[in-house]
Design a protein around this ligand. Structure first.
Ligand code: FAD
Length: 288
């Protein structure tokens, strides 16, 4: 099995302590040689300036290729494109273009009266603005707003046709979910890369809540295993083993890229990467 190409997702920190944690995470994971790292854009556009600053700082100081998430929520087209220009001015040409979720408490996506109505409109505008590598979201267990799995795949195809070059998926628990989705995409004529999004589960209760909110199917055996591990205080062990197993099944099934949701915690992601043979690029002269 070949060593997979990996990438990492971070979120912008909101206080000093979280800023140190992000930097520790970057330092711990960058020796693994990620293809890129991405920085999220808070639900409802709530971290607009923070995302911009973190993206620019990471680009300048980490030596890593950085991709900035950008959503359509609560902003005019002009404001959204101005942020994309700010990313470009900072030297960042990679964008994860999303429709976005509304802020907490709001129900459903309501476009700004002068804003983009959909991710597709945003992708088209970024393509016209030129020179961006555009990635998009994809949903192996189906997006909760998609009427059917087929329409979800068709919608992803439209995002590629509009100018996206790669999709990063929502997390999922079983390799089978991804393979089924990949096969459907292939049948629909999608020939661009679809990269599995991997969540090493640091916090089972949080992951379960998030999975339920995003329509991600949770197999009964996973619930049972985490409940038992929680009682025994062995959640990290289970999470690492389960995540490594999932990645191995994906790699055996022909996947060559993995995108890790780090939640700004490096330990589990690093352990899984090590278990997959993704280790720091040590040169022989550095070996004691
Ligand atoms: P879209 O793909 O545009 O729409 C979601 C689904 O709804 C489609 O797949 C389709 O099935 C259906 N749909 C929508 N419009 C139509 C239509 N007109 N006709 C038919 N079907 C339609 N959220 C944030 O706020 N900030 C982030 O930084 C962020 N990062 C993310 C990163 C990744 C890799 C992923 C997978 C998600 C991320 N999200 C983020 C969450 C994302 O914003 C939500 O899932 C949101 O509800 C959908 O965004 P999207 O761009 O994928 O939507």
């Amino acid at each position: 099995m070949t060593r997979p190409d990996i990438s990492f997702e971070f979120f912008p920190p909101r206080n000093i302590e979280a800023t140190f944690r992000l930097w520790d995470t970057v330092q711990a994971l960058s020796p693994l040689g990620p293809r890129f790292v991405s920085v999220t854009y808070g639900a409802g556009g709530t971290t607009r300036e923070l995302t911009r600053d973190v993206v620019a700082t990471l680009h300048k100081n980490s030596g890593l290729k950085v991709a900035a998430h950008l959503t359509c929520v609560d902003a005019t087209r002009e404001e959204t494109l101005a942020i994309a220009r700010q990313f470009k001015d900072a030297g960042v040409n990679d964008i994860v273009a999303l429709r976005g979720d509304p802020p907490k408490g709001a129900s459903g996506f309501t476009p700004h009266p002068e804003g983009f109505n959909s991710s597709i409109e945003l992708i088209e505008a970024l393509r016209e603005a030129g020179d961006f590598t555009i990635r998009v979201g994809a949903y192996p267990d189906k997006h909760p707003e998609a009427p059917t799995a087929t329409s979800d795949v068709e919608y992803l195809k439209r995002k590629f046709d509009a100018g996206a070059s790669e999709a990063l998926t929502q997390f999922f628990f079983e390799a089978e979910s991804f393979f089924r989705f990949r096969d459907e995409c292939e049948k629909a004529g999608i020939d661009k890369p679809i990269v599995p999004g991997i969540l090493p589960i640091e916090n089972w209760k949080g992951a379960r809540r998030f999975a339920e909110a995003t329509g991600t199917k949770i197999p009964a055996w996973v619930i049972e295993a985490f409940e038992k591990a929680e009682r025994d205080g062995r959640q990290d062990l289970l999470a690492t083993a389960m995540c490594t197993e999932l990645c191995n099944e994906l790699l055996e099934g022909g996947v060559d890229k993995l995108h890790f949701y780090t939640l700004n915690r490096p330990e589990l992601t690093r352990d899984v990467c090590y278990a997959l043979g993704v280790t720091p690029d040590n040169k022989l002269e550095n070996v004691a």
